[in-house]
Write a protein that binds this ligand. Structure first.
Ligand SMILES: Cc1cc2nc3c(=O)[nH]c(=O)nc-3n(C[C@H](O)[C@H](O)[C@H](O)COP(=O)(O)OP(=O)(O)OC[C@H]3O[C@@H](n4cnc5c(N)ncnc54)[C@H](O)[C@@H]3O)c2cc1C
Length: 454
């Protein structure tokens, strides 16, 4: 008898947690497990702003998928570009650009999300995103290169433009990014005696009336205060109306001369979800509380790409796209898949939100663990402790803790690596949103490839 084939798509918080649980709870004879992922690590995204600001090295938040000899999952290096749910076949583009297909009996869809963009002229051509390790490493080099170029220039207008930086998105990702990078440039500029420090200006922009509304009024104001004290100019109720290589035009009419636009204005589900032709809620796959797809057998979806009902909140709410939920959904989806395999009942996903932690660099932080409002050093201790506890492997925890210690003792370093310096890394270049097939193309491909097969 052949073993059931389980295919997991995406090696993020949800996918890796699910795979590890399946490996632990299923005997090798019970099922074959395969994982499709373009990269060979799980990225700890919440610390990406600290990679962008050079506090952490890129490797410290890239958790290897091959850390243990106990891991028995077969890994296909590539990305799923379509799924035919009726034929139970996933179409994959490998990292060498070969298109292959992978039949499955059970599929776990956890491809996460991509940066949400809008139809703003010039946006995808000129803005940088912060969703991948490459983008974070690129942003760090780019920001330091602006200081180098401003320092070398005798043109006051060029100097001023290179020393202005715009971050769009007042959620935790954007706020942390602006805060951490402002600290980097503030420390770096001391090493550039020719530069006028007062020219360095960070802008944090959001269309919403508040920063990080999920933190509550008091902590939101605290975060704002930390940033204002450091000279970050916060503009609320404002967005970008046009982006160019040397300036950004805001919706209130202001023109900011800049070579740096960092776009962290939210996420949308991976384009893979649209290839399924199934129901969605604001782009996320509409699944049950058990994380199954109604009407299809053996399909599970979770994490940022799925709208999993939030039973704790009730009232039709869906879980927000956070690592906290994705990790726990990964475990529960594995248990439910095993239950389906063994003919047992599944359990709905339920999790009470543990709160939010926001690292603004140095001793500045705000946190709301279990409803308790903290700021300053106590918040920073909770924030860093939370990240260390949440990271999957001890080696990653040690790398991150060592980096923090080194940074606290020796300060920032301002090396520009030159890595990818001649390759563009804007939203258009970094997030492969056009690689996917349409539902019709998926069906045609599968019908063609499988027509002659027994
Ligand atoms: C800068 C930043 C800061 C954040 N801070 C926090 C925080 O403090 N707390 C918190 O709870 N959450 C935070 N988040 C959100 C959190 O990171 C996400 O909610 C979480 O990563 C979602 O997990 P996931 O498994 O669904 O997706 P991901 O972790 O994004 O994983 C998706 C995986 O799928 C892979 N993939 C993508 N497309 C395909 C494909 N077609 N085929 C195969 N594989 C594919 C990707 O390479 C990736 O490995 C932050 C996010 C960002 C960007």
């Amino acid at each position: 008898m052949t073993r059931p084939r389980i295919l997991v798509v995406g090696a993020g918080f949800a996918g890796v947690e699910c795979v590890r649980r399946l490996e632990r709870r299923l005997s090798p004879g019970e099922a074959d497990i395969t994982l499709v992922t373009p990269v060979s690590y799980q990225l700890y995204l919440p610390l990406l702003p600290q990679v962008a600001s050079g506090v952490l090295t890129p490797q410290s938040i890239a958790l290897s998928l091959r850390r243990s000899t106990k891991y028995r999952t077969r890994i296909i290096p590539g990305g799923a570009i379509g799924v035919d749910l009726r034929a139970k076949v996933c179409v994959i583009r490998t990292i060498t650009d070969r298109v292959v297909d992978e039949p499955y009996d059970y599929i776990v869809l956890a491809p996460g999300s991509v940066t949400r963009t809008f139809d703003i002229p010039g946006l995808v051509d000129h803005a940088f995103g912060l969703k991948t390790l490459a983008e974070a490493a690129y942003i760090r080099d780019h920001v330091i290169s602006q200081l180098d170029l401003a320092d070398a220039s005798d043109d006051p207008a060029e100097r001023a433009a290179r020393l202005q930086f715009v971050v769009v998105g007042g959620g935790y990702a954007g706020t942390e990014t602006a805060a951490c990078l402002q600290r980097l440039t503030h420390a770096a500029v001391q090493r550039y005696p020719r530069l006028d420090q007062s020219l360095i200006k960070w802008h944090l922009i959001d269309i919403a009336p508040k920063l990080m509304p999920e933190l509550g009024d008091k902590l939101g104001r605290s975060a704002q205060e930390y940033l204002r004290r450091r000279g970050v100019e916060i503009s609320l109720g404002v967005s970008v109306s046009r982006a160019g290589p040397e300036q950004v035009v805001l919706t209130d009419g202001r023109v900011v001369p800049t070579h740096t636009l960092i776009w962290t204005a939210g996420v949308v589900a991976s384009p893979l979800i649209a290839t399924l032709g199934a129901d969605t809620v604001k782009g996320r796959l509409a699944v049950t509380a058990e994380m199954t797809l109604p009407g299809y057998d053996g399909v599970f979806a979770l994490g940022d790409s799925a709208a999993v009902p939030d039973l704790d909140k009730g009232d039709g709410a869906v879980c927000p796209p956070t690592a906290q939920h994705a990790t726990r959904q990964g475990r529960q989806a594995a248990d439910n898949l095993i239950a389906a395999l063994r003919g047992r009942p599944m359990r709905p996903y339920r999790h009470r939100d543990l709160g939010l932690v926001v690292d603004l660099g140095g001793k500045d932080a705000v946190a709301r663990p279990l409803g308790l409002e903290l700021h300053g050093l106590p918040a920073q201790v909770v924030t860093r402790g939370y990240h260390l506890a949440a990271m999957r492997t001890n080696v990653a925890k040690t790398r991150v803790a060592t980096n923090w210690l080194l940074n606290a003792v020796a300060g920032d370093d301002f090396v520009r690596t030159g890595f990818q310096s001649r390759r563009p890394a804007t939203l258009k270049d970094s997030e492969y949103v056009h690689a996917y097939l349409t539902p019709e193309q998926v069906r045609e491909y599968v019908a063609r490839e499988h027509s002659g097969r027994p």
